[in-house]
Design a protein around this ligand. Sequence first.
Ligand code: FAD
Length: 410
Amino acid sequence: MHFEPTRAAGLARLSDFLPRAGRDYANSRNYDDGVPEDGARRNVSQLSPWLHAGLIDEGEVLDAVLAEHSPRTAEKFISEVFWRIYFKGYLEQRPGIWRGFCEQRDRSIGELDDNAGLRRAYEEATGGRTGIEAFDHWARELVETGYLHNHARMWFASIWIFTLKLDWTLGADFFLRHLMDGDAASNTLSWRWVGGLHTTGKTYLARESNIARYTANMTAGPLEAQGLASEAPALSEGEEYGRQGLALPDRPARDAFDAPYALILHDEAASHVPLALPRPPDLVIGAPRPEARSSREIGSHARAFARGAVENGLAEAADTFGCERRMWEMSDDLSNQLAAAGLKRIAIPFLPTGWIRDALMPELAPIFEQGDAIDLLGDLDRATWPHAKAGFFGVKKKIEGVLAEVGITG
Ligand SMILES: Cc1cc2nc3c(=O)[nH]c(=O)nc-3n(C[C@H](O)[C@H](O)[C@H](O)COP(=O)(O)OP(=O)(O)OC[C@H]3O[C@@H](n4cnc5c(N)ncnc54)[C@H](O)[C@@H]3O)c2cc1C
């Protein structure tokens, strides 16, 4: 499948997958059948690149699924979509986890330069040359396609941490740099979950027999994974990341949009459609920042999808609103661009904790401080995040109520 970074391609993928989002998905989602000839897997949706880029949003996906299946039949798929929202809400309440990840990752990247043995082990792992067939297969698939099946991500992270005994932050960085859907919350917290840092004492151990069973349908037969660790002792860390209160932006009043404003689209909100703006903007600005994912090189698929999503979203918004568009690159000065357009106010989709916030906030902060920024947070996030305080169960038991609250009925 060609992952085209447009809203239309995401919607086409959604409508193709919809008939299989019920029992088919629940029964077959754990199988990694490999990359089919046309690239489009049948048993999972592969919607994550479009969801991450905000070309489509979780609300419209859930609405479409519930229009075709009962809540019970689609329960598994719905709950997976809520895992994404849960992780976002959880990280928002513990931003220290992201800062801690960045610091440990940067230290570990520094160690690669100083320690030849470590560097060799890291290069063998990321280059798919460890001799563990399954792991090497996924390392290459990630770099070559920009996507990995969920079960492969779990096995890969587990082998990285418990068999190869490499630092988890380097593995999470490898994923972030190459996954088209690379997400500060889902990625960091999933790696921590595998290593036993998310749910205290609970780790994920990859087993040879389990890998063989769930890769049995691959064209060349099941993947081998000999010599894996037989134990997965939980990682530990010095830091305790306490929960802080959620500081959600107020819902903007309708008259907030009365004065002329520029709409900013970014890596995690590249389409204006899910934003449902009450009044058109006077200028649209695209701010792609895939380079900010890491100090190391970003994979070609991740980079192309993120940039393409913002460029296409920008062109569509300018056409729809009949207004001018501009790119705000890392080296540009936003205030000059706004001044040139005679504008002071901006509207910007919420910047979640992660590299996109780190990259854009320093320049945006004065605009927020002057009260000239409209901060747009979707209803589903607003309704779900307060429940993402601890484990996923806190969100899971509220799904029905949240869907009713935001009017997602199918
Ligand atoms: C180590 C590790 C790293 C991961 N890194 C990322 C990441 O950077 N970005 C990312 O979007 N997901 C990440 N995931 C979660 C999950 O693997 C992907 O969301 C999923 O594989 C995407 O494929 P899909 O769209 O076919 O999913 P489907 O199975 O079709 O699910 C539909 C949607 O639900 C969401 N979803 C499904 N499973 C999960 C999950 N376990 N956690 C969070 N959301 C989920 C995704 O948005 C997905 O598109 C990671 C998982 C692990 C174990």
